[in-house]
Design a protein around this ligand. Structure first.
Ligand code: GDP
Length: 158
């Protein structure tokens, strides 16, 4: 297995659910050849959000962000692919949708930093921590895709 093979967590936030764009967004990752290995819907508790956004505790946007994340349930997805942590962050774009370039998810769908559609783990350490926070090991599925050779060089991990 390539040492570049990683997993990351994305969260389709309540605005994505309300606007009915969950499928469109997940489709982008599938079209890129990124594999879905876990997916579920959940209402995020105070406790989970306190853990998830622990590094932002005390900042002006901490409480509003928690409130926003609890407006509706969210969709949580674990994605797998080569260097997928960085690739997915790039596909999401910068935090503030108004500064995010067209072609990125936030650039195409978000007009405000407070309503930015999607969360994606920041780095490999965060991905490990966040996947563990939301998913049991039995909720993540490793499997082979027969057409993987058409998305990347499987032998060389390139
Ligand atoms: P991310 O990794 O790009 O999601 O950005 P951060 O980790 O810096 O922030 C976490 C989340 O808090 C963001 O995705 C936004 O939902 C929210 N957030 C960050 N900065 C602000 C801000 O200045 N104002 C508001 N209202 N929300 C913010």
């Amino acid at each position: 297995m390539s040492d570049k093979l990683q997993r990351t967590l994305i969260i389709l936030k309540p605005d994505a659910i309300h606007r009915g764009i969950v499928g469109e967004i997940i489709d982008r990752f599938e079209q890129k050849g990124i594999k879905i290995v876990g997916m579920k819907m959940a209402k995020l508790s105070d406790l989970l959000l306190d853990k998830h956004y622990a590094q932002h505790k005390g900042k002006h946007f901490f409480e509003p962000t928690k409130k926003y994340m609890q407006m509706l349930p969210v969709v949580l997805v674990v994605l797998e692919g080569l260097e997928v942590v960085r690739v997915v962050r790039t596909m999401c774009g910068p935090t503030d949708g108004r500064n995010a370039p067209p072609g990125t998810i936030r650039g195409d769908y978000s007009g405000a930093i407070s309503r930015n559609i999607i969360h994606a783990s920041e780095d490999e350490k965060a991905a490990y921590r966040e996947i563990k926070l939301y998913f049991k090991t039995t909720e993540i599925f490793g499997y082979d895709k027969p057409d993987a050779h058409f998305y990347y060089d499987v032998e060389r991990g390139e």
